[in-house]
Design a protein around this ligand. Structure first.
Ligand SMILES: C[S@@+](CC[C@H](N)C(=O)[O-])C[C@H]1O[C@@H](n2cnc3c(N)ncnc32)[C@H](O)[C@@H]1O
Length: 381
């Protein structure tokens, strides 16, 4: 393993990582001597039982590797619930469908808040690719919801076939999708592959065999030598949602930029980031299966695919603007009392983390895609 200033994993964690490394290298030997980085990232994150999201590691929260907005504060999910309420009120038998529900805390806080607002969805569906997280979500929701509310939650392994009226939610899901890493060369596009030599994974940069990657990167018109990533899974993912959404909203929250900023000449080494025990670094080839690997979201790509699939772009803004417009401060004042109140103080600190430009307020964006909705969405007003 390469030397870094990161905390050392325990022997048990190293053994876990070694098992995953063996499976990945066995596959490399069988099929090809090198693996496209996109496949390496897929296996490092999602290999059943061993990948970062599939194994029983802590991952989210203070004891894990990174913290997401719903883990920081219930106020975040209450704002999402306020936006859901506005849309659910204009749907018939509307449901909520959440992708990648993490620990399940956002689902719990949304359902409890919608219950208070007397605007529950018919069902709260969760699509989760990690069996371990699904189990964790079940425990969280059982502990935090009444029995009656718990019955509205259903885990589904694929999207329903019938068209539905729905609010579809995905917080920090797009950034967890495997990406292709590329470099622009004089007459071709090179792709980053991974090989295994001297007991460690190494980069191999070779002409890509992938014609979709080639044309997608050609269309970006980037200078020679430019290195970045592209998420080719985005299109089928949005298309699948567009195919089943009869009426409603898709709300995507993630960190990223529009294309001009994403592929800015100065951002010429891409946006890949890894998170291990609250340390951020840029080497995805180490700590295999023990660290999160993410890439920022190109929101222009999301716009383009949404438009191609007849979804309207109903809003795009920074997280801070969305939360403030969705009632963040009203939600906070519910906790205000005449006496000095530790809970209120803590929640005020959480508001800062969610909204300050130096924290999550500016880098995180919220995008709304709609179909057949004649509403001015509160979060973007
Ligand atoms: C960074 S975590 C975010 C978790 C949670 N949404 C939160 O904000 O705390 C990414 C989540 O997305 C899930 N995920 C990644 N790709 C997915 C996909 N294609 N469909 C459903 N879930 C996915 C992961 O298993 C994980 O639960």
């Amino acid at each position: 393993m390469k030397k870094t200033a990161l905390p050392s994993p325990s022997p048990a964690m190293l053994a876990h990582s070694e098992q995953l490394v063996q499976l990945i290298t066995a596959q490399m030997q069988q099929s090809k001597p090198v693996l496209p980085f996109v496949d390496f990232m897929q296996q490092a994150l999602y290999m059943p039982n061993l990948g970062y999201y599939s194994a029983g590691l802590d991952k989210l929260g203070k004891t894990g590797d990174f913290v997401t907005a719903p883990e920081i504060s219930p106020l975040f999910s209450q704002c999402i619930a306020n936006q859901c309420q506005q849309v659910l009120s204009s749907l018939e038998n509307g449901v909520i469908l959440e992708f990648g529900a993490g620990s399940g805390i956002m689902a719990a806080d949304i359902l409890n808040h919608l219950d208070q607002l007397q605007c529950l969805p018919q069902y709260y569906y969760i699509v989760e690719v990690s069996a371990d997280l699904k189990q964790r979500q079940q425990t969280t929701l059982k502990n935090r919801l009444s029995d009656e509310l718990f019955t509205t939650v259903q885990w589904i392994s694929r999207l329903p076939e019938e068209p539905m009226q729905a609010v579809i939610l995905a917080n920090e899901v797009l950034d967890a999708m495997p990406v292709h890493k590329f470099r622009v060369e004089q007459n071709y596009i090179a792709e980053f592959y991974v090989s295994y030599q001297n007991e460690q994974f190494e980069w191999q940069i070779l002409p890509t065999q992938n014609t979709l990657l080639q044309t997608t990167v050609d269309n970006l018109r980037l200078p020679i030598g430019y290195v970045s990533e592209v998420n080719l899974l985005l299109e089928p993912w949005i298309k699948a949602m567009a195919n089943i959404l009869e009426k409603g909203l898709v709300l995507l929250i993630d960190y990223g930029f529009l294309r001009s900023e994403y592929y800015h000449p100065q951002r010429n080494e891409g946006t890949l980031m890894c998170h291990y025990q609250h340390h951020a670094h840029t080497d995805p080839l180490i700590l295999v299966g023990l660290q999160d690997i993410t890439a920022h979201v190109d929101f222009t790509a999301v716009f383009d695919v949404a438009q191609k699939n007849n979804l309207q772009i109903a809003g795009y803004t920074q997280q801070a603007n969305f939360l403030l417009a969705s009632g963040l401060l009203n939600n906070l004042t519910q906790y205000e009392t005449h006496e000095i109140n530790a809970e209120y103080f803590q929640l005020s600190q959480q508001v800062k983390t969610l909204t300050l430009p130096s924290e999550m307020g500016e880098l995180f964006k919220v995008m709304a895609l709609t179909r057949e909705l004649d509403l001015s969405l509160i979060g973007f007003s």
